[in-house]
Design a protein around this ligand. Structure first.
Ligand code: SF4
Length: 307
């Protein structure tokens, strides 16, 4: 006998995909990329001093347009060669080295990084010791810390806080990396103030990262069950990790990927809703591709060993 209506298979779920509005390259990366492209378009051979930003897709695309990462062994340059200082900036020593290489140097340091650089210079000028919260190996932190290794302590967490004896009578100022996790920074400031009660803190997080974090936090704040988070970006990107931490803190299934093939099909099992955020060095079309792939996951079987 045929039933007069379609029996609903409860093992299937419809996917609800919500992409954060702020996506694609941030203004700092876009500015560097546009400059690189316009120089290349005007006949310059453009080299970047390290990857222009932490995004493999972006670097690959620029390479396809002839904009390559400076090879460490290269010592001879032609009249039409130029080197770009990337959005993360460079140490004073590196800037000197580059200027001695005999070719044009174009500084693409992001204005938000510059702002922190100026703030640190001011704090040091006022005789303070700076606790710089960020990743020790991140090029932005390496560049900032190199300004005054003696009076800047780079801290990845409470464990790196210097002792009061090591600092002496100096006043303490606290600042974070532009792409730092705001939640972790607050925890760090609280711990630092226990040791240095008079310490003053300034949030060095850039506006773009702050807004992307707020938007993702809002997208998952309804705490709908079976929500997952995808951050489109490189595993090496600090701001991708900061966005992913929001998903992890909410105990949601969270992945960082640049291409959909980086995520196993298992990720979609049991997922009814996906919030998609973008790291600041991810091209917008890569976010679009992942969004449309996720949208096509409608009808995905709920985890029962069959998907
Ligand atoms: S993430 Fe922020 S600091 Fe980094 S390049 Fe983009 S705007 Fe600048």
């Amino acid at each position: 006998m045929t039933l007069p209506f379609r029996v609903r298979d409860e093992k299937f779920t419809a996917m609800n995909v919500e992409r954060c509005w702020r996506c694609g390259l941030c203004f700092g990366v876009r500015r560097a990329v546009n400059l690189a492209k316009s120089l290349a378009g005007s006949g310059w051979n453009v080299f970047t001093d390290g990857p222009i930003a932490h995004g493999n897709l972006l670097v690959e695309r620029l390479q396809a347009e002839g904009i390559t990462i400076l090879d460490g062994d290269r010592s001879r340059f032609g009249a039409k060669d130029c080197i770009l200082i990337r959005s993360h900036g460079a140490t004073p020593a590196r800037r000197k080295e580059l200027s001695k290489m005999g070719c044009n140097v174009v500084d693409c340091t992001c204005p938000a990084v510059r702002r922190n650089e100026n703030l640190i210079a001011k704090l040091l000028g006022n005789g303070k010791h700076v606790l710089l919260f960020g990743k020790k190996t991140h090029p932005e932190i390496v560049a900032l810390a190199a300004c005054d290794a003696k009076n800047i302590s780079v801290c990845e967490g409470e464990v790196d806080l210097p002792s009061t004896d090591a600092i002496g009578p100096k006043d303490i100022a606290i600042l974070c990396q532009t792409t730092a996790d705001g939640h972790e920074f607050s925890k760090f400031v609280a711990a630092a103030k226990l040791r240095f009660p008079m310490a003053q803190s300034a949030n060095g997080q850039c506006g773009e990262v702050k807004l992307r974090c707020e938007e993702l936090a809002k997208a998952i704040s309804r705490r709908e069950p079976d929500t997952a988070v995808i951050v489109v970006g490189s595993q090496h990107s600090s701001n991708a990790q900061t966005l992913a931490a929001i998903g992890h803190r909410a105990s949601l299934k969270t992945a960082i990927c640049e291409k959909i093939c980086d995520i196993g099909q298992d990720f979609f099992c049991g997922t009814k809703r996906i919030a998609i955020a973008s790291a600041t060095s991810t091209p917008a079309d890569a976010v679009d591709a992942i969004t449309s792939h996720c949208s096509r996951q409608r009808g995905q079987r709920i985890a029962d060993g069959s998907c």
